[in-house]
Write a protein that binds this ligand. Structure first.
Ligand code: SF4
Ligand code: ZN
Length: 482
């Protein structure tokens, strides 16, 4: 029989009214004050504490906060990884020419819209802000396109020393475990609470290092599946560990539970930061009961017909046609083979694709359009199947007039162009079907996922990008900004 939970000291009796919470947890004069009230980082706690949350999930006093900071920072100074951007202070030279490289460098890494936004932000700094980078989280988020709360706080604290906490996926996991927050971390209430906790914890003397340390802890020690609690610098403050011990005691049925063991009100449904009573504790998960898993919808399935159109008799050797995607949406601004969205059933694929080809290159011989295979690429939210076609133009007048948004590239130019990994796989299928190629006898199917295990050549290029002293000329063919 389980020991009665009444034997334990329950914090549900200490459920905080908003007034009580404000009074008890208002920063003392010796405690880090939030940065200037900017409506962004360091939002007032009042917003959070209006809801019914238990003090169990907060830090008790300044001393506890200080122990957390010091333990985390001294661990970070000993253990931090040697990452390229930590070897030397990154000089964010947001010059237009430098940023022209972004999409080419990031092609294949899956960060297409981020690369484009970075480029837009660089332009805004150069063209509208006189080359002056905003220095606070509030102005960074307000003035630069695509800069959200996390990015703004990271730049402001790491590059400019602003005392502002940040919350990314790793920090969510660490804070949910340290404070035993079992409610949905994507909910507004929990998100506000996490930002408030991050702001309370950030070290006023070393905000950038503290934020990096919190993210590093989540990336290397407090990992999603197999956290290394025995190596954790904040283990003594971790309520997830305490909860594990308590649940083990309860499950053992033989040991008396410690009367000093704190708990919240996990089974009453009164605390909005605890998991609802309908979600019982899973002994097999241990601390990984936190944070609550947010169920993700499976990626939706889409289909596209795409064609490698090659001019064999073109001046200067064979060339292939690439067209630029729209500046918004999936893979915005990247270059691709002419493509058209189609029904997976295959009905009308050829007809739709021929119309698309003709809109870019004029009349093409429909009978030479060949289906070569398919490529399946899974993005985070879309599973896209490309039906790959090929068409070689030969023995006819070369196409010389190209509408805006289209280019004829040599194969060498294609290999360094800002194209997605999926398009590179499409080209592999095309090349594998060329006469004389030993792989050309069968239709090809390539399945690839956007999650990559090995560093790609692009990753190495990106690494080089963070070395500020390398001088490179802006490419003329490979960027979206031409
Ligand atoms: Fe994460 Fe374990 Fe450290 Fe708690 S003790 S913060 S669960 S690694
Ligand atoms: Zn609770």
């Amino acid at each position: 029989m389980k020991k009665p939970r009444a034997a334990m000291r329950s914090c549900c009796r200490k459920q905080a009214s908003s007034k009580e919470g404000r009074k008890k947890h208002a920063p003392s004069s010796s405690q880090a004050k939030p940065s200037a009230p900017d409506g962004l980082a360091g939002r007032p706690e009042e917003v959070v504490l209006q809801a019914s949350v238990s003090l169990y999930h907060l830090f008790r006093d300044t001393a506890e906060v200080t122990v957390f900071r010091e333990s985390l920072l001294s661990w970070y100074n000993r253990e931090k990884r040697d990452l390229p951007w930590r070897r030397q202070r990154v000089r964010w030279t947001w010059t237009g020419g430098r940023m022209l490289e972004v999409n080419q460098l990031w092609a294949g890494l899956g960060y297409y819209s981020r690369g484009r936004r970075l480029q837009e932000g660089a332009r805004k700094v150069v063209e509208e802000l006189g080359g002056h980078m905003p220095r606070t989280a509030e102005t960074l988020q307000r003035l630069l396109p695509g800069v959200g709360r996390y990015t703004a706080g990271a730049i402001a604290s790491i590059a400019f020393g602003q005392v502002t906490g940040i919350v990314d996926g790793n920090v969510v996991r660490v804070l949910c475990r340290v404070r035993a927050i079992g409610a949905d971390p994507s909910s507004t209430l929990v998100s506000q609470q996490l930002w408030s906790l991050a702001q309370k914890l950030v070290d006023p003397a070393q905000p950038g290092d503290f934020n990096q340390a919190a993210m590093e802890l989540g990336a290397t020690v407090c990992t999603p599946q197999h956290p290394l609690c025995s190596q954790c610098p904040v283990q003594s403050l971790c309520r997830a560990r305490q909860r594990v011990e308590r649940e083990q005691l309860l499950a053992s049925q033989s040991l008396p539970a410690s009367p000093d063991m704190e708990e919240c009100a996990p089974n009453t449904g009164q605390c909005q930061l605890c998991a609802p009573p309908t979600e019982p504790w899973d002994l097999t998960l241990g601390v990984a009961n936190f944070p609550k898993k947010v169920s993700r919808r499976p990626p939706r399935e889409e289909c596209s017909a795409t064609c490698v159109l090659e001019q064999l008799g073109a001046h200067g050797g064979a060339r292939i046609l690439l067209v630029q995607r729209p500046n918004s949406g999936l893979l915005a601004g990247l270059w691709e083979f002419p493509s058209v969205a189609v029904e997976p059933s295959g009905q009308c694929q050829r007809k739709a694709l021929l119309q698309e080809l003709q809109s870019w290159a004029g009349p093409v011989p429909a009978t030479r359009l060949r289906h070569l295979g398919q490529v399946i690429h899974t993005f985070s939210h879309i599973k896209l199947t490309y039906q790959v076609f090929g068409l070689a133009l030969e023995g006819q007048t070369p196409v010389t007039i190209t509408p805006p948004g289209a280019r004829w590239l040599t194969r060498e130019e294609f290999r360094t162009a800002a194209v997605s990994t999926a398009m590179k796989k499409v080209f592999q299928v095309y090349e594998g079907q060329q006469p004389g190629n030993c792989k050309g006898s069968k239709r090809s199917q390539v399945s690839i996922s956007s999650s990559r295990k090995k560093p790609s050549p692009s990753q190495q290029l990106l690494d080089n990008f963070f070395r500020p002293l390398i001088c490179t000329d802006p490419p003329s063919l490979n960027s979206v900004a031409q």
